[in-house]
Ligand binder design. Structure first.
Ligand SMILES: Nc1ncnc2c1ncn2[C@@H]1O[C@H](COP(=O)(O)OP(=O)(O)OP(=O)(O)O)[C@@H](O)[C@H]1O
Length: 356
């Protein structure tokens, strides 16, 4: 008989734990795999003490699973963590990702998923993400914004919303709404100033939850504000979810361009189409005399886009109001003026190009 996940969970559900409940009912099982008669999973205890008290249960589980017909091997690993606390109401963010079969999958109700990346931090990726989301929403698109910058979420500040989302059933998360955009950020689930010190797999689990457990509703496009660089989050995202494409933000400085090239290369390797490059902080127009200065150079990103054969989506000037608006929680694109117009043009280009 072929052994299945359900059989494993059923068996484990029959084994009581000291203090009540089972490994399944207490949601302690992560990364369950059942392949060719081999069962493996992680028991993730809440603390080192809890892990010690679960040791007999681990042995009992191993014996019970080994006794099932068709099981050749059982591997159970016990881990304990203290960093990520379960998020209220009873939602636990930071669990290990659950493996799923097949290639990257679509998320139901979401027509397009666009990852917004950069090679380097501080080039304005989060600023561009929030403003683009607002500009698209102003053009009538149904837009979601996911802050996947798990180490330094900035969307709660930039979008001006920061409260813990409701979770009526302890499983699904109701996202927040701001400036016409449906917003979710890991920042909503953490206490202010709480450092995120999660091990890699938990990080991936958190990202997966933020995409799959959030009730995004029907969206034309979900923008994902990635952490800077070319790390695990980008990899996991591309492997697990069918991304429509990626937009790379860069400043015109040579060093930033060098890193942007790495980001382009990474998306290429992950087979995620690059929808375009955006040059941020390109020109600086003096608010007093109108003089135009190119503090970080100018035009480098457009030239690079041409060289690499990817679309150039537009340039956004260095602008004090953009920073102040972002810090104050109302993206500049929500108002009127030259910057808001620049974002509206960018959004229009994406809508006309079928990207959003
Ligand atoms: N066009 C702009 N003009 C003026 N300030 C800007 C502009 N774009 C971004 N900024 C400011 O630059 C700082 C960095 O921007 P932001 O946080 O968006 O960058 P990031 O690439 O997402 O950085 P990280 O990934 O490291 O969080 C912020 O203070 C933001 O307000």
């Amino acid at each position: 008989m072929d052994i299945t996940r359900e059989t494993v969970l059923k068996t484990l559900s029959d084994l009581g734990l000291p203090g009540g409940g089972t490994l399944v009912s207490r949601d302690l099982i992560r990364a369950l795999r059942v392949e060719d008669g081999t069962i493996s999973f992680v028991i993730e205890a809440e603390s080192a003490d809890a892990a010690r008290s679960l040791a007999p249960a681990q042995a009992q589980a191993e014996a019970a699973l080994k006794a099932l017909p068709g099981v050749s091997r059982v591997q159970i690993v016990m881990t304990a963590h203290g960093g990520a606390k379960p998020a209220a109401p009873s939602l636990k963010v930071g669990g290990h990702p659950t493996p799923h079969q097949g290639g990257p999958k679509r998320v139901s109700g979401i027509d397009r998923i666009i990852a917004i990346g950069s090679g380097k931090g501080g080039v304005g990726k989060s600023t561009v993400s929030s403003n683009l989301a607002v500009a698209l929403a102003r053009q009538g698109r149904r837009v979601g914004l996911l802050d996947a910058d798990i180490y330094g979420p900035s969307q709660p500040r930039m979008m001006g919303v920061n409260k813990r989302p409701a979770s009526p059933d302890g499983k699904t998360i109701i996202p927040l709404q701001a400036h016409g955009v449906t917003v979710m950020s890991i920042g909503f689930m953490l206490k202010e100033d709480e450092a995120v010190i999660w091990r890699g797999p938990m990080l991936m689990g958190a990202l997966q939850q933020l995409i799959e457990q959030v009730q995004w509703g029907e969206l034309d496009v979900l923008l994902i504000d990635l952490p800077p660089g070319t790390g695990d989050i980008q990899l996991t995202l591309a492997q697990r979810f069918a991304l429509t494409g990626a937009v790379v933000v860069s400043t015109p400085q040579d060093v930033a361009m060098l890193d942007a090239r790495k980001a382009l290369d990474m998306f290429g390797k992950l087979k995620v189409p690059v929808l375009g490059l955006i040059e941020n902080m390109s020109t600086y127009v003096c608010p007093n005399c109108g003089h135009e200065a190119h503090l970080f150079g100018h035009g480098g990103v457009a030239a690079e886009a041409q060289k690499m054969g990817v679309p150039f989506l537009g340039e956004l000037p260095l602008d004090l109001e953009t920073r102040l608006a972002g810090d104050a929680g109302t993206p500049i694109a929500a108002g009127a003026g030259a910057m808001s117009d620049a974002y509206a043009r960018l959004a229009r280009r994406m809508v006309e190009g079928g990207m959003a």
